[in-house]
Each structure stands twice: as C-alpha cells, then as structure tokens.
Ligand binder design. Sequence first.
Ligand SMILES: [Zn+2]
Length: 416
Amino acid sequence: MTAVRNIQLKLAVDEEDHDLLDETFEQFRFAAQYVADVGWDDDPIGIVTNQGDLNAATYHEVRDQTDLTANHVQSARSLASDALSNCKERIFDGRRASKPEFRGTAVVYGARTVTYNDDYCTLSTVDGRVKTEYVLPADPAGTVFEDYWFDDDWEPREATLHKRDGDYFLHVAVQKDIDVDASTIKNGAVLGVDCNVDGSLAVTSTGMFLGNADYLNHRRDEFERRRGKLQQTGTRSAHLTIQSIGNRFSRWSEDYLHRVSKEVVREAREHDCSAIAFEKLEGIRERISNGSKFQQWAFRELRRHVEYKAEAYGITVTAVNPAYTSQRCSHGECGFTHRTNRNGDEFVCQKCGRELHADYNAARNVAWRLVQNWLKSGSGRANCQVALKSGTVNASGDFTPASDGQSGSSPTSPRL
Ligand SMILES: [Zn+2]
C-alpha cells in the first residue's frame, strides 16, 4: 500500500519570474472556473462531474483562450471536477452548496508540469518553465524535511503552488510504497461501519456520519411513484420513459453510494486502519422491517464499492455477525449488553452510564467484534485494535490516544 504525506516547500522565486507565475495563477483560475461554469447545474442531478464529459465540453475552448499547457488544462479540469463532485455530494447529503468559485491562488502541478531536483525545481508556466530554488531549513534534523524530503523512500509527486503574502509555496505530496506485511496487519486498527435504513447511511467507529439514508429512500420512493403512474398509462412511450428514468435513478444511486464508500475508505486510511468491518447482510436484513430489496441492494453496493477501493490500499473488508452490536456498551472496560441500553438514536449504558449516539456505539462494536474474531482464531494479531475518534482501544480495553501529526505534515492526500 502507499502512504502519502504533504509537505510545504518555500520557493525562492526570482523577482523577474513573478509576473509569469502570477499570470499562470490567473489563467489556471480561468480554466478551472470555465469548467465549473459548464459543469454546474442548479438541479444537482444535472451537475456534470465526469472527466470525459467535461473534457469534451471545455478542452478546446480553454486551450484557445489560455496559454496553459495541455497538462495544466487537464489539472484545472480535475480541480473543477473534484469541486463539482463535492458540491453534488453536499447537496445529496441534504446540505447547501453553490457553484464552485476559484480565486486564483492555486496551480496544480503533476508529473508533466513539475520536475524536482536536489536544490531546485522547474515549473511549467504560461510561457515555458521557470527554475526556482527551495528555501530549506539550515538544519533539517527533527523537521518534516528530514522525514519526508531527504528520505529517498518518499517520492515527491503532485504539488500545488500557492502565493501567500508575496511568497511562493509548493505543497508537495510525497509518497512511499508500504508492504502490507504481517506486522502491519498485526498492529492494524479496525474501522467499524454501521449501516442504517434511516438517518445516516453509514456511521464509522471513528464517529463519521456518512450519507443520508432518508434522502436515498426518498429519491427511491419518488422514482417508484413516477414509475407507477407511467405504468398505468401503459403506452409504448410511457414504457420508454420508465426505462430512461430507471436508468437515470440507478446511475444516480450508484454515484451516491460510490461517494459514501470513498469517505469510508478515506476515513480508514486517515486512521491507519488495516481492516474495515461491516455487519453481515443477513443481520441487517432482520432489522429492515419492510424488507426493502432496495435497501439491501444499497448496503451490498456500498460494501462492494468499499471493497474495491480499499483493496488499492491493502485494506481488507470483512463482515461480522451483527448480534448485539446495538445493545452492547462499546466502552472497552464495560461491555455491558442489554436491550434497554438503546433507545432510538440514543445509547445510554445502564451499567456505566456512558452516553453516545446509538449508531456510533454500534459501529464501535462492529469493529470490536472483528478484533474478537481475530483473537479467538489466534491469527496472531496481538496488537489489533478498534479505531476510534480520539484514538484506539485494544482487545483488553486499553485506550491509546491518537498522536498529533507533526506540524507541516498531514496524513491525508492533498485536498484543494
Ligand atoms: Zn457501559
């Protein structure tokens, strides 16, 4: 698997190159905004996020109106496409989002537009390349530069150029390939995921509430109502309309589940998890009172998307027996299990008195169940633990708080 860290490099840009870089900021901003304007729709279903579609609709126009390289045009499009996806996701989550507005303070650099050397890098601009030296600490010992810049295991990849108070900074993602060997797995944390038919679609043991099951069901009901009406008319054109809105709904719901799954995997990576635990579907089915096939399908698809994405990071996905995950107190040293602990969204342990959101409590128990399974099977994962919001807890209930990342580095991929 691959680990990514972000470091901030100050650049000593020659005075005479400032105008060129500043013009590149402006044209890159123009390009990203152009794509965002084309992709945007006030109806969230109409928001275009597909790279290929956005490319077809904007590439030539942006090339004609700027001096950006083809690679920068592509980077600007990705930036806009990510921003559009985020907006769409927010709206589908029932939150507000307006059309992305780019302010011109960032240019994204990739393999084709930045070259890293020992003391300097070269950056593509609207007119050739500029060469600029790094401003590095005289003594890098104990800094992020020692860990990630001078260590050859970490390879600099994509970067974002920023300008702040007249100075230029390059935010570089450095990455390192990590073997998923036995020791990683042995010490790996488990992210528990609780899936729900109402409220948040998925809740993690780290306290993330993802997706909106009510909204998903609402959209499904709307689709069923329209289909019902059309079926009554029974004409050939009504039949074709049913097919088309059916296709559109299934694309939309796949897209929605894809987004939620992305967040689940991102959460697992941010907490250095080596495994993600879901509940077995059979158990969830018992909880679904009306036995909706759609909800079962949604859970299955969510897990399929998570499995697919997690695999790329060496993270395994396992389903555990869901018995009592909603009734057990997830506080490590307690574990008191009783029906009366749970009341709707609230979980109040009748023994130790601790309170937390019922779905969050269940998610922690799902992770705990997998840890227990590992211990029982004697698979040698001596230090396996449950990933929590504030740290990890091992099988004996010992809690380890999350360590703060070093300043200047963050364990996430760059978010623009
Ligand atoms: Zn308790």
